[in-house]
Design a protein around this ligand. Structure first.
Ligand SMILES: Nc1ncnc2c1ncn2[C@@H]1O[C@H](COP(=O)(O)OP(=O)(O)OP(=O)(O)O)[C@@H](O)[C@H]1O
Ligand SMILES: [Mg+2]
Length: 228
């Protein structure tokens, strides 16, 4: 299971003109591989991530998720692919305020049509694996920032995605927590064979990357193998 971008092109309106944000971007991420893309603010990192997540239209090229080029799919199948194979983690976990940690995860199982008892068991196991067993009945407001972010990652994993996308997953965390969360993300991605793309303007996720690419002027350049 993997993620591939082929010659992806995205332009956005910029006053009277258009600006090319992605200028024929090629990217291959294998199952279990963790790729980090850095770049200056406004360079198009979030746009790249949204395109990879099939959340955004591309003006050229294609995005291939788990071997399936979405262009070949009807709208419904495309939605299913997005919902079942892709998980996204944002800077803030975007948890639902009225649901406990375990309920956040169970909801994902519910959406995917999983039986309640099975979803509950998987949710409990995932939270335990991410060191959150004793937090499972807390509401988001009763969790620390780092715990919320870990619940967000657990929720993403609950969907059993082929592709995991993370937009600035450590930007709201400081020091140790930031390192912890990015290590956890990479470790889980490898263990579960999930193709993982992290975009970040801070350096923390780089320590755990298999590859580091830099986005500038619409193109992706390899920065060199990370020590990982
Ligand atoms: N639909 C759109 N219409 C017009 N401009 C857009 C659109 N989408 C993105 N942009 C512009 O494209 C540029 C890139 O945005 P993007 O959010 O991808 O940058 P980024 O690299 O994630 O930045 P940051 O590090 O600040 O999060 C920005 O200048 C943004 O305003
Ligand atoms: Mg961004």
């Amino acid at each position: 299971m993997s993620l591939a971008l082929r010659d992806v092109r995205i332009t956005v309106p910029d006053g009277e003109r258009t600006r090319t944000l992605l200028d024929g971007v090629d990217l291959d991420i294998a199952a279990g591989e963790v790729v980090v893309v850095t770049g200056p603010s406004g360079s198009g990192k979030s746009t790249l991530l949204a395109a990879a997540g099939l959340l955004r239209h591309v003006d050229g090229g294609e995005v291939i998720v788990a071997g399936t080029p979405p262009a070949a799919l009807k709208e419904r199948a495309r939605t299913k692919l997005r919902r079942e194979r892709i998980a996204i983690v944002y800077q803030s976990a975007n948890l639902i305020a009225s649901l406990t940690a375990v309920e956040q995860l169970e909801l994902v199982g519910h959406i995917q049509g999983e039986r309640r008892s099975s979803a509950r068991a998987r949710a409990e196991a995932l939270l335990a694996e991410l060191g959150l067993a004793d937090r499972r009945n807390q509401l988001p407001g009763q969790l620390s920032g780092g715990e919320r972010q870990r619940v967000g990652i657990a929720r993403a994993l609950m969907a059993r995605p082929a592709v995991l996308l993370a937009d600035e997953p450590t930007a709201s965390l400081d020091g140790d927590l930031s390192a912890q969360v990015s290590a956890l993300l990479a470790e889980q991605a490898r263990e579960r064979g999930i193709a993982t793309l992290v975009v970040s303007h801070d350096d923390e996720p780089l320590a755990h990357a298999d590859r580091h690419l830099h986005l500038a002027d619409g193109t992706l350049e390899q920065v060199g193998a990370a020590t990982g």
